[in-house]
Design a protein around this ligand. Structure first.
Ligand code: FES
Length: 252
């Protein structure tokens, strides 16, 4: 059940230019948080009437959560100015937690662009091997491998000219992995789905899951502002997702 928390900023870093990674001291939230979940974050001073902003979280220690924000997020402008010792007001954890097939499962992660934040929680889940394949516009936007757990193999492809190499590596990962998680655009998801359908003769339900982001007004299933079309009818991204079975999603 999501609860309101006041988290203390105990660390911050800039892994790539135009991004900020916070470590927020908040033992109760860190204890409750599971991979795939997010928080509704107040991104303006207390008393501001505007709604909260939904942002993915990951556990960074037993008492702290990580919050990674890039300049593409409207929330970056305010959050990027926060410093160590300040507090962040958030409500969470929200959303459906993602379960790996088993604790030692080999996991493939496919990411388009710099919006890697939803995958960070999954990189820290389980004890199996993980392969992260990213496609970024410029070399400076590739997340440093030094920030990733040592069991993660990271391949980064830069620019559209490397798209064929990216998709070739993605196909290998899809064949190798026991579960695949992905974040990117609708066009990207179409191509990941085509790759899964081509490379896997048999896929179990939920083998490939895609992060679906909608504007979230409440984050708790009350407003229906985040309805997502699926083969089973519309589903709420904030409570049934944000990770959905990629093969269930319907794209217009
Ligand atoms: S954001 Fe309100 S129902 Fe999902």
């Amino acid at each position: 059940m999501p609860r309101q928390h006041s988290a203390l900023v105990e660390g911050r870093a800039e892994p790539v230019p135009g991004s900020v990674l916070f470590w927020l001291q908040c033992p109760e939230l860190a204890e409750a948080l599971r991979p795939g979940q997010f928080a509704m974050v107040r991104v303006r001073p207390e008393g501001d009437p505007y709604l909260r902003y939904a942002l993915p979280l990951h556990r960074s220690s037993s008492t702290a959560v990580g919050l990674y924000v890039t300049s593409g997020e409207p929330a970056y402008r305010w959050l990027g100015a926060l410093d160590i010792g300040e507090r962040v007001d958030l409500v969470g954890p929200c959303g459906r937690a993602v379960e790996l097939p088993h604790g030692g499962a080999n996991v493939g992660l496919l990411c388009q662009g710099t919006a890697i934040a939803p995958l960070l929680g999954l990189l820290e889940a389980g004890s199996g091997a993980a392969q992260l394949v990213t496609s970024v516009p410029t070399p400076r936007q590739a997340i440093p491998s030094s920030l990733l757990p040592t069991r993660v193999a990271h391949s980064s492809f830069v620019g559209r000219r490397q798209d064929p190499a990216f998709w070739s590596t993605a196909a290998e990962v899809v064949r190798w992995a026991e579960a695949v998680y992905t974040v990117g655009s609708t066009a990207f998801y179409r191509q990941v789905r085509a790759t899964v359908e081509r490379e896997r003769i048999v896929t179990r339900e939920g083998f490939a899951q895609a992060w679906v982001w909608r504007d979230m007004a409440c984050g708790t299933g009350a407003c229906e502002g985040c309805l997502t079309p699926t083969r089973h009818g519309p589903r709420r991204a904030c409570t049934d997702g944000p990770f959905f079975d990629l093969l269930d999603l319907t794209f217009n």
